[in-house]
Design a protein around this ligand. Sequence first.
Ligand code: WT7
Length: 637
Amino acid sequence: MAFPFQIKSLSDYQQAYKHSVESPEKFWAGIAAHFKWKKKWDKTLEWNFDQPDVKWFVNGKLNITENCLDRHLRMSCDQPAIIWEPNDPEEHHRVLTYNELFFKVNQFANVLKNNGVKKGDRVCIYMGMVPELPVAMLACARVGAIHSVIFGGFSAQSIADRLFDAQAEFIITCDGAYRGAKDIPLKNTIDDALVGCRFVKRVIVLTRTHTPVSMIKGRDVWWEDEIKKVETQGNPPYAAEEMDAEDPLFILYTSGSTGKPKGVVHSSAGYMVYSTYTFVNVFQYEPGDVHFCTADIGWVTGHTYIVYSILCAGGTSLMFEGVPTWPDAGRFWDIVEKHKVNILYTAPTAIRSLMAYGTSPIVGKDLSSLKVLGTVGEPINEEAWRWYHEHIGKGNCPIVDTWWQTETGATMISNMAGVTPAKAGYATLPLPGIQPVLVDEKGVEIEGNDVSGNLCIRFPWPSIIRTTYGDHERCKLNYFTTYPGYYFTGDGCYRDENGFYRITGRVDDVLNVSGHRIGTAEVENAINMHTGVLESAVVGFPHDLKGQGIYAFVILEKMHENQDQTRLDLLQTVTRIIGPIARPDKVQFVTGLPKTRSGKIMRRILRKIAEGDLSNLGDISTLLEPMVVEDIKNGKV
Ligand code: WT7
């Protein structure tokens, strides 16, 4: 069975796009009709971007898990929903059919109920890449609880901040996680996060690594014990909670230009409809295809393209616990061969790091099952694109370059595999329903082709961010006030002579390090917490593997005391406060920072220095102390 809304040709695309712009409500109502609703919506869309207030499928009732699971049971109960490949190739892989996944989700939904989780409660999930992670997410969705998955690389402090912000009373975690040669002690990190935190009522702990953990009486319970209780209750099915179309499905924290990560809130129905639509069209998924998205479920890519959209489409999702380079740099290719992967979706960073090993890890690996390749998370450089195309796709697989963000829920600008044209380094054309606009600094729309500007979106799409949890004003300020009337993406963009879009990178103070989003202000806050630090400024610089690296300029109280040790201590502080992903690659101790007379740090100058572009710093005459620039240049690391 093909999907009723799958676009099959360029002219199909052009027609769908035109329809989606001319009558968006009709267009999306037509797509939404293919989903399972408990009650049909009254009105397709209500919106204004000033508040902002966006509602899709008003008064519609549904439960996304009935779309992910129940409705596939008759047709495809023995079809694999999730294929899980463990970290260690010696360990057996696991397959969960739709039937089995349905059973496990119901079982765990009962566990949640037994532990007091109710509709609307926030549940924090901090687990490794094991099949129980999607089970936990879907079980939350089934009972109507709002999950907030936190990536395993975040520190206890980051978890505590997020728990507090979301007022999450429940946590689901693992004793530990395997990633490459490392065991990561997840439960211990949770315990550190919970020191002094009184509102968390229950921590459910899955056994994975058998790392010793402390289990606090009355608060901590084992996943396995709780499952046994449900078994003795006779494993009753869990009637999926009736959710309003606009009820939040999940919160996912992401970095912005301020020091504090914000909880991006996605709705139940709009997210479901739009993400599934993009999955089927961008990847040109065919029933039975094995889709391997290499992202971690801790990021939005994993939420959307490992879990929700693909299960809604009745597809087979391959999830991998480990890392691309362990036990060797052939791990991905072994997985492709072993599970006959048809679609491979990964990040330019991963491609660049594998490229560095040359082609020998690919030799002798059968990659002939591959039909479609995808990239996400950062601009892809031409060299990596060519390598991916030639050595992995053997010249036969279209590459989709999917541009989107945590806030957009799913892909916004991308070619559709084999259906619309590809161009290396370009996300190419907007998907149906998406109206990109380039604006200048003043917010004036830049029309025509062969132009650059800041990327905005003119009209709501179903999976647009609804709010930032607990602080709607922040959502408005961040996305809807810079250019009134538009959603502002924070990205710079070029539109070529054919109208193809190329994302050129962030224009705000957000870095993209190995496809992970990190706010410079967040890193500065962490550095400034270190004893002896007076002030700091963090900027990005081009990094061969990571795309962007983190460069920190730091002023110490006592400049010349044991700088090497201080540098290491500083890195340790950043690891403690945010997590290892935010560790600066370079730390330069400076005596002053370039500031305007009003005290604002001139980041432009620091960026140039970090990039190594020392000769062309632009006008520095407006600086309070122009001399400081010479000192910084001389001390560049
Ligand atoms: C930022 C969003 C999209 C899910 C993973 C990252 C950058 C994303 C592309 C692409 C160039 C891209 C943008 C965007 N980005 N995809 N195909 N080409 N840049 O989600 O953490 O919310 O980051 O990633 O700068 O704003 P995220």
